[in-house]
Design a protein. Structure first.
Length: 539
């Protein structure tokens, strides 16, 4: 008995007290001027549609060098929402906030023309026409919307002209150049055949879950280079129906062709390997990312690629409603779920997780992890999770959980999450879209002495955004690998620039960029603590 008491006392003493963790993130929503509150058209969840939530994005829509914010909203739907809902008759739209450059934002939704009154899900940002400004694609329950940036602070709706309306239930979406022709294509992950009249369910669940409905096929649009797109889903061999939620694209096997990951709800995830000939092969089961480490088809929400263990290949975080899955890339086209081994599962089990972002919060040169949480059937609130990447005693790396700021003691119903340096001070901030509460702006106030570098890639032969470019950065202390991508996490998109924490290094010895065109570009002896613009150049 005495030994048991001593063990319990040791465990309690090992748990940091309130405020003992160093404060990194500060909730600056009120002072920022961001006043967005998401609505699902009702005062309580009554269907899987209302539960799904929406995403958000950092976007420099006016090309002034700082990041603006876009939030996606739901709305009241006749026949689905409660007829007594307080949102009935309200005009609910998505919202665009312009960065004023002084830590505050101004709502410019109407002036910019991106309100969209549909039942919104996710968004992705990319320069589809290579004209130097950021265009915006929004997924909906119903037809999606495509907004072309006019270059003067306004957007035009080109959905019909572009042929990208997609009448299915679009959830996750991403820009990518799957055929390496220099034009950004669009991949849309579609969810399920929702029937609001179907009401057979276990009473404790409040409404039917995903297994009550058949899934939908996803959609791949090829950019024709003339402002129009062609649905090439069948030709590309993307034919499996699923229940897609978040999607992510990255060259996981480092063969020069961008691949697609689809996080499916209550079924196997998909990993579409790009064959380099305009077609894909689904290899989720073969590669090890279809199921969790216990073989479960958990409810996967989103996905984000990043090299957390600094071994030169891209690993994958997939939040879900259980312990979350963290797939380590073994470098041979295979992944291993190491969630329990690296410390993620232990802290995740009590949460219902949606979006996960890998990024270097403390600029020490390795990727940390931020996860948004929120119940999927009730407006029960949960804290967000933040993990610091640290070397373990065995020399490998693991994630250590902690509340790095007062916000992490605050409970909300989190969904979308995006990370970006909105104040251009070299450390990464975050925005979180919550249901039934205000959405949140978290400023990184860690005040680290570590150095950093932000890279803005400009493709010339490749797509102008440089999406799909793989960057290897070398300093005296370490080598880091990152890939430029569009959508990440759950229905969201982060900073369009690539961020690297550099630790104590006062110089970057070498940056090697392999562009989607195949051009390899090398820069040497680069000063730190700067935002560096790099245009694609032939050797």
């Amino acid at each position: 008995m005495r030994s048991m008491c001593l063990i319990l006392m040791a465990l309690l003493l090992s748990i940091p007290a309130w405020g003992q963790f160093p404060s990194i993130f500060t909730d600056v929503t009120a002072e920022s001027g961001v006043a967005f509150q998401h609505s699902f058209g009702d005062d309580d969840m009554s269907s899987i549609l209302e539960s799904t939530g929406s995403g958000c994005a950092f976007i420099d829509y006016d090309q002034d060098g700082d990041l603006d914010i876009y939030f996606v909203n739901g709305c009241y739907l006749e026949g689905i929402s409660d007829p007594d809902s307080p949102d009935k008759g309200e005009r609910l739209t998505n919202a665009l906030y312009r960065n004023n450059g002084d830590g505050t934002f101004t709502d410019v939704t109407e002036q910019a023309g991106v309100s969209d009154e549909g039942y919104g899900m996710g968004c992705t940002v990319g320069d589809y026409d290579n004209d130097g400004d950021a265009d915006l694609y929004v997924t909906n329950y119903g037809p999606n919307r495509f907004f072309e940036n006019n270059g003067d602070g306004t957007f035009s709706d080109i959905t019909e002209r572009s042929g990208t309306g997609d009448p299915l239930w679009g959830v996750g979406a991403t820009f990518l150049d799957y055929d390496n022709d220099g034009n950004l294509d669009i991949f849309v992950g579609n969810y399920l055949e929702f029937d609001p009249e179907y009401r057979l369910y276990y009473a404790a669940d409040v409404f039917p879950g995903p297994l009550a409905y058949p899934g939908q096929r996803d959609t791949l649009y090829r950019n024709n280079g003339d402002g129009t797109f062609t649905d090439v889903t069948e030709q590309a061999n993307i034919t499996e129906p699923g229940r897609a939620m978040g999607v992510a694209s990255a060259d996981y096997n480092d063969d020069g062709w961008i691949d697609i990951f689809v996080a499916n709800d209550a079924m196997a995830n998909y990993l579409y390997k790009n064959n380099g000939d305009g077609t894909f092969t689904e290899v989720g089961l073969m590669s090890g990312v279809a199921f969790s480490e216990h073989g479960d088809a958990s409810s996967s929400m989103g996905g984000d690629f990043g090299d957390f263990d600094l071994d030169g290949d891209l690993d994958l975080i997939v939040p879900d409603m259980t312990f979350n899955s963290f797939y380590r890339n073994l470098g041979n086209g295979m992944f291993e779920d190491v969630s329990a081994y690296i410390g993620v599962a232990e802290m995740s089990g009590q949460y219902w997780s949606w979006s996960g972002e890998l990024f270097d919060a403390d600029n020490d040169g390795d990727l940390d992890l931020l996860i948004s949480n929120g119940n999927g059937h009730r407006l029960n609130t949960e804290e967000e999770l933040f993990f610091i990447n640290e070397p373990a005693s065995n020399g490998e790396r693991r994630f250590v959980d902690g509340a790095y700021g007062d916000y992490f003691y605050h409970k909300a119903v989190g969904r979308g999450l995006a990370v970006g340096d909105y104040d251009n001070d070299g450390d990464l901030d975050a925005i979180i879209l919550n249901l039934d509460q205000r959405s949140v702006v978290l400023r990184n106030d860690g005040k680290f002495s570590n150095h950093w570098l932000l890279l803005r890639l400009i493709g010339t032969k490749s797509n102008r955004d440089g999406i799909g470019a793989r960057v290897t950065l070398q300093t005296e202390e370490l080598t880091q690998v990152a890939e430029k991508s569009a959508a990440s996490g759950y229905l969201s998109q982060g900073d369009p620039r690539l961020h690297f924490g550099l630790g104590n290094s006062t110089q970057v010895d070498k940056v090697t960029i392999r562009w989607p065109s195949g051009i390899v570009q090398v820069l040497e002896n680069i000063p730190v603590d700067q935002i560096l613009e790099i245009a694609e150049q032939s050797p």
